[in-house]
Design a protein around this ligand. Structure first.
Ligand SMILES: [Zn+2]
Length: 357
């Protein structure tokens, strides 16, 4: 009977899910052709990867910057507390006291990356980009965000794309409610409020148009090659639309954030709805609650993709989760006290608010 709108803020500090297109190795889903097999034998050492849609091949050697920067206890602690949901990680991470061997490619399980640990107290210092400015944030409450560059990502597209991205509904003859327009509206409200406290604020998008250059028609051949189970043209077209407005668009935004904006903090704004109730008589309710989602809690399925396992490892090594959890907990506590609303902080499906609030 009830439709509940929920504002979801997804705070991601520091580097995002990196996306640089091109140079992609063949994914498991791609059927090897005679030509690709010949090319493969010619470059026998080139690794093959199981990649998520539109992902680029991981560059494990880029983790070398963090050799001897962690103790085993610190790395394993963050891996198990924040970043994984089950014991499945044991299929890919083999710990010894002074190093961990990480499976680089599930297609070539013997290809492993070795990350060396430091002894406690002997960790190599790794300079961190972006977040160093957080340390210089002034304590003056009126200007408490000075020195901080915040990017606001208004989730989804809205406008003419709202129905395609399935972020659109109407009640009776009412005006359509479109999430992508609402998030942009909130982003524009939020920008001057944060600036008034000294922050530099960038909007990841300023209008209801995609950042990606891809469009569904151009992605159709990829869908047909990678998802042969989709038999009907309509199913294939729907998958191409999803690859455009979700996967490609999110990756394009990540690239823009990482390579152009380079902020200290990214706020991704979304509105969620709970169960619709009686579809014949939907009602909006005057109730609200806040969720803050952080990067973490990889599912078993996500861990089995080489690019996602690589991004998770790099995210652990960047050590941003501790600041993210602390910032989110402060925000949630404020919301609970000041707004008398329910609020929670989760890393993926894991609630961490109790530990920090
Ligand atoms: Zn959303």
């Amino acid at each position: 009977m009830r439709l509940l709108m929920v504002l979801v803020g997804m705070a991601v500090l520091g580097a995002w899910w990196l996306n640089r297109r091109g140079e992609t190795a063949p994914s498991q889903e791609q059927i090897p052709t005679q030509q690709s097999r010949v090319a493969e034998s010619a470059a026998a050492s080139a690794p093959r990867y199981r990649l998520s849609p539109l992902a680029e091949a991981p560059k494990w050697s880029e983790l070398d910057a963090w050799q001897n920067a962690f103790t085993r206890q610190e790395f394993e602690g963050d891996l198990t507390r924040y970043f994984t949901c089950s014991e499945r990680w044991r299929d890919f991470f083999e710990f010894s006291d002074d190093h961990v061997m990480i499976v680089e490619s599930v297609l070539e399980p013997n290809r492993k990356y070795r990350l060396n640990f430091a002894k406690p107290g002997e960790e190599k210092k790794v300079e961190r980009k972006g977040l160093s400015r957080v340390d210089r944030v002034q304590q003056d409450p009126a200007q408490c965000l000075r020195g901080l560059h915040i990017a606001i990502d208004a989730g989804h597209l809205g406008g003419e794309w709202a129905q395609m991205e399935e972020r659109w509904f109407t009640i009776g003859n009412g005006k359509p409610v479109t999430e992508g327009d609402m998030t942009l509206y909130v982003a524009r409200l939020l920008k001057p409020m944060l600036e008034a406290h000294g922050a530099q604020v960038s909007l990841v998008r300023e209008r209801t148009q995609p950042i990606t250059q891809d469009r569904p028609a151009g992605l159709l051949s990829q869908v047909r090659a990678q998802q042969p189970a989709l038999a009907t043209p309509m199913d294939q077209w729907k998958a191409a639309e999803s690859l455009f407005y979700r996967t490609s668009e999110i990756r394009a935004r990540a690239t823009y954030v990482n390579q152009n904006l380079k902020p200290d903090l990214v706020l991704c704004l979304h509105f969620n709805a709970v169960a619709w109730g009686d579809p014949a008589n939907p009602q909006l309710v005057d109730e609200n609650h806040l969720h803050i989602l952080l990067h973490g809690a990889y599912t078993d399925d996500e861990l089995s993709y080489d690019d996602q396992r690589y991004e998770m490892t790099r995210k652990i090594l960047q050590k941003t989760i501790h600041e993210e959890a602390a910032v989110a907990a402060v925000r949630a506590e404020f919301d609970t006290r000041a707004q008398r609303r329910r609020s929670s902080v989760s890393v993926g499906k894991k609630s961490v608010s109790q530990s920090f609030v």
